[in-house]
Write a protein that binds this ligand. Structure first.
Ligand code: B3K
Ligand code: ZN
Length: 844
């Protein structure tokens, strides 16, 4: 496959002023007629007229009404065109019914829908399918379906047709079309300037009862973006459609967002608190793209973080405002460490702004999204809230309607603050996670903190330069009082000292508060000092982090030295979890442990080959000791977290359920499942039902409940996804592969549906000790299914390949087993570009 480079960017030779599309829908022979007004692009002299096009049957092409015969290849066409404005017309035929890759126009349960980002529009018609070509779109859909939707505002409609006009110039990746037998949950919103907007959430008949929450989330997002960013909605309607077959979470098509049903449909009976929170965040995310992504888009796909990093950052701000800021921050850091750190520290490492790719769909990564959002958080911390707000205002004013770059983005900050951000820009170009080490000095009332930074080399970048790292630090006195409030140190050199004077006693530093930068902080200190911070830190993030680090050090000592569970950790944990002045959600997070994969990464970083079974055993032992240590507190936690009000998926109630669930998990280790069985019988919402069932399965019990759960929910595909995932995720390591294998034979295992495929194989790959269980049965099984899925759906296959990205951490036997599977997949003839690129990079 060919490699595309950022440095090769060149603008397209023509400007598209208006696009007119007509669709005559048919499951296997859909006609797409395009009429596009082009003119030479004054910014370039290159007049090569190349239009992308894949899997299209060209029926007719014309320029200014005169038929032409373009040169066709598998990837597009070229044609001689006038050096003056002209009208391009093309009629093509496509086969949505055969489109299992779910990119372009396809069918899901008899409903037509599209996914065009990043490069799917070229499967609909011939077009300069690149984000810097922006045009208005007018669309006519002919089809017998009751609901016919496209972007923008509705135009004429009648029996068998509908017209849509989108006045805002947009790149083709934001095009969307939906046709089917759908029902709407409708509402409306009045924007700050008084514009009336019709809101519709379109679903399959039967799903009407799962729309209310998503609609509320949409309205909250619209209001929040007005209040916090001054961004108003700009069309008469905003439509959201729920689709069952979808490769990712959702898509921000202009005025017509398309959602994976799992990312929008919710009800208390069928959705967990985590589902609700995630749905609220995704709805906000897609809505916020209307300004950060749609009105201002990306010049090319290398700039993907321009819209994704910023929009993730904005949706995180939104969630912090709607719920609890510390809880959101902790959860995001857990995710970052679970998904982005392994990527940044392994063979798939790439900069937030990559410099080359073969298949752009492989770069919708945790690095582009989550690290991209962290970079914006750092920028905001460095310039301050006021300057951030001014820079954003300038960004919207200066770049509305444009396709931009990271240079444009940084320039508004430079112009507003007068700062030179050239060193900061390394966050966009250098891959890898910086490591910070700390030295301390104390004399004559002056405390000195000396920080050093290094970034290990990554596959395509050997040498790294120092980055600008905002390190938020506070100091605590010996009695636990804060003697210096949080201050942001601008750490820019390889080694740099910071002094604090006028102190009465040697302070205890609280470093990297709020996780002020996406780095690994390596600080050797005593368990006593960590326990002190766990008890006293005034920064909620670092207080949690102190407990987390204690837990990690305790587990590492158990794994490498056979140590017993550490008393400092258990006592410190007890004190925090017992403190009922603290938010229950926060206490629930305190009860979490570092994931087993994270422990493996830490061991690897310290030069120890991780043994997945030993990590599993240590984790189990520590959980058991925790249960015993907290034994007397557990009944009180359960009583305290009872919810008497009617169900609401808000921060307060979900925090209680999270803490109650964590307590039940510990209790189940002591009572053999008696309480969980009881809870299961009484559960009246999915959070409680699933938490009780999980406890039972984890204890090796609950088979009757599992069967009853299936009977109760077999009609609900989203709940059955959970049923699949639970069984794999909660199996003992030695049974994981076999459990998964048995489930692949289940009549409901519809593997062509991405949600179902991921429901089974996601937990298989995430089950650290099970996936890596000796013998390699899970590796082989996953490889079998990746081979099977690749010709059907390359995107979902390629994404799942990341299960193997950490393979070099493990012992020679496991590496040989995994290496053999990677080779076996790579040897398949006709393997997709997506999967080939992923596996080639993983192999290194
Ligand atoms: N922009 C889409 C993701 C498209 C993925 C293409 N493979 C959803 C989002 O980030 O909001
Ligand atoms: Zn996005």
């Amino acid at each position: 496959p060919a490699t595309i480079y950022l440095k090769d960017y060149a603008p397209f030779g023509f400007v598209a002023d208006a696009v007119h599309l007509t669709f005559d829908l048919d499951p296997h022979r859909t006609r797409v007629s395009a009429r596009i007004e082009f003119r030479p692009n004054p910014e370039t002299s290159d007049r090569t007229f190349f239009l992308h096009g894949e899997k299209l049957r060209l029926i007719r092409a014309a320029i200014d009404g005169v038929e032409v015969e373009p040169d066709l290849t598998d990837t597009g066409l070229t044609c001689a065109v006038p050096d003056a404005p002209f009208v391009w017309e093309a009629e093509v035929e496509i086969d949505p019914g055969a489109n299992t890759a779910l990119e372009g126009l396809y069918l899901s349960n008899g409903m037509y829908c599209t996914q065009c980002e990043a490069e799917g529009f070229r499967k609909i018609t011939y077009y300069p399918d690149r984000p810097d070509v922006m045009s208005t779109f007018t669309v006519r859909i002919n089809g017998p379906h009751p609901v016919l939707l496209s972007n923008g505002n509705p135009g004429a409609s009648g029996e068998g047709f509908a017209e849509w006009h989108d006045p805002w110039p947009k790149p083709a990746y934001l095009f969307a079309l939906v046709a089917g037998d759908l029902v709407a949950h409708s509402d409306n919103f009045t924007t700050v300037s008084g514009r009336e907007v019709d809101l519709n959430l379109w679903v399959r008949p039967g799903d009407e009862g799962k729309c209310a929450f998503g609609m509320e989330a949409l309205k909250k997002s619209m209001r929040w973006d007005e209040e916090v960013y001054g961004r108003e909605y700009d069309l008469d309607v905003f439509n959201i459609v729920a689709v069952d077959d979808f490769n990712m979470g959702a898509m921000e098509n202009k005025g017509l967002n398309i959602f994976n049903s799992a990312a929008v449909l919710a009800s208390p009976e069928t959705s967990t608190d985590d589902n609700f929170e995630r749905i609220e965040a995704i709805i906000a995310h897609e809505y916020f793209h209307n300004w950060t992504g749609n009105r201002i888009t990306c010049r090319d796909w290398f700039q993907l973080c321009l819209k994704e990093g910023l929009t993730v950052f904005r949706d995180a701000q939104f969630t912090s405002d709607m719920r609890s800021a510390p809880v959101k921050r902790i959860r995001d850091v857990i995710e970052l460490r679970a998904r982005q750190f392994p990527e940044d520290q392994g063979p798939l490492s790439h900069p937030v702004r990559p410099e080359s790719f073969q298949e752009i769909n492989n770069f919708y990564t945790a690095t582009v999204y989550e690290k991209g959002a962290e970079v914006i958080g750092m920028l905001k911390r460095l310039v301050g809230d006021r300057a951030y707000a001014e820079a954003l205002d300038l960004y919207f004013a200066r770049h509305d309607g444009q396709a931009c770059t990271i240079e444009d983005w940084l320039k508004v900050f430079e112009d507003v603050t007068g700062r030179d951000l050239s060193q900061f820009k390394r966050w966009y170009s250098q891959a890898g996670t910086p490591r910070i080490t700390v030295e301390e000095d104390w004399r004559d009332g002056t405390y000195t903190l000396t920080l050093s930074q290094t970034t290990p080399s990554t596959p395509d970048q050997a040498d790294k330069l120092p980055q600008v790292i905002p390190v938020a630090v506070g100091l605590l006195g010996p009695n636990g009082d804060e003697v210096r409030p949080t201050q942001v140190l601008e750490f820019t050199r390889a080694r740099q000292s910071f002094t604090f004077d006028g102190l009465a006693a040697r302070p205890v530093p609280s470093i990297l508060r709020e996780f002020s930068a996406p780095v690994v902080l390596e600080r050797e200190t005593t368990a006593a000092e960590r326990a002190f911070l766990l008890a006293h830190d005034t920064d909620p993030f670092n207080r949690w982090e102190a407990g987390r680090t204690l837990a990690e050090e305790c587990l590492l000592a158990m794994i490498t030295k056979g140590a017993a569970p550490d008393a400092d950790y258990l006592n410190g944990l007890l004190a925090v979890v017992r403190d009922d002045t603290l938010d229950p959600a926060y206490r629930a997070l305190m009860l979490g442990l570092p994931s087993q994969s994270e422990l493996a990464a830490t061991l690897h970083r310290c030069g120890v080959t991780p043994d997945p079974q030993a990590i599993w055993d240590a984790t189990e032992t520590l959980r058991q000791s925790t249960a015993q240590h907290l034994q007397d507190l557990l009944p009180r936690l359960r009583a305290e977290t009872q919810v008497d009000q009617p169900f609401a998926p808000d921060a307060e109630q979900s925090g209680k359920r999270a803490l109650g669930g964590a307590a039940l998990a510990l209790l189940t280790r002591l009572d053999g499942g008696a309480q969980a069985t009881n809870d299961y019988g009484r559960a009246d919402n999915m959070t409680l039902q699933l938490s009780a069932l999980s406890c039972l399965l984890k204890a090796g019990k609950g088979q009757a409940e599992l069967a009853a759960f299936y009977d109760q929910w077999q009609h609900d595909r989203l709940v059955i996804d959970k049923w699949f995932g639970l069984q794999v995720g909660l199996s003992a390591p030695e049974n994981v592969a076999e459990t998964a294998r048995a489930l692949t034979r289940h009549a409901d295992f519809n593997w062509k549906n991405p949600n179902r495929f991921r429901a089974l194989f996601g937990p298989l790959a995430m089950h650290h000790a099970g996936f890596h269980y000796s013998g390699g049965a899970a590796y082989e099984m996953l490889a079998d299914w990746l081979i099977r899925l690749d010709p059907v759906n390359p995107q979902t296959t390629a994404r799942m390949c990341s299960a193997f990205q950490t393979w070099r951490r493990y012992d020679a036997d496991r590496q040989a087993l995994i290496g053999a599977q990677l080779d076996r997949i790579l040897a398949q003839s006709g393997l997709s570009r997506d999967t080939t690129e992923m596996l080639t990079r993983i192999k290194g």
